[in-house]
Write a new protein. Structure first.
Length: 117
């Protein structure tokens, strides 16, 4: 496709907010040859935060996909993007705790990477 025509130009996908960040994570996980790097701003650190913050399906329907939290929390989606970098820009303590184990996953790929910034 399009990537084959211009392989020298890396694609950095930047997303703002929990909805766009979740969509960007899924897109990068599904399209490894199309997206080279993610920069996520104001992303959830875990879909558990939806429950903790009493969010409802009516307010954020796309984040309440059936089975999403059970099988693919934010850290697992980010792990599917590896070894390509995923940056959680402005990460808070919760994000550093939830996403910290990703550093070991990247190390298995021979990459030194800290996702929570």
């Amino acid at each position: 496709g399009e990537r084959a025509k211009s392989p020298a130009r890396p694609v950095v996908l930047e997303a703002h907010g929990p909805r766009a960040s979740a969509a960007a994570l899924v897109a990068a996980a599904l399209e490894p040859s199309a997206i080279d790097e993610l920069r996520l701003h104001e992303s959830l650190a875990s879909f558990k935060q939806l429950i903790e913050q009493n969010k409802t399906v009516e307010t954020l329907p796309e984040l309440f996909a059936f089975g999403l939290l059970a099988d693919f929390d934010v850290a697992k989606l980010a792990a599917l993007v590896a070894p390509r970098p995923v940056h959680f820009v402005g990460a808070d303590e919760r994000a550093r705790r939830e996403l910290g184990p990703l550093a070991a996953w990247y190390a298995l790929w021979g990459k030194q990477h800290n996702s929570a910034q």
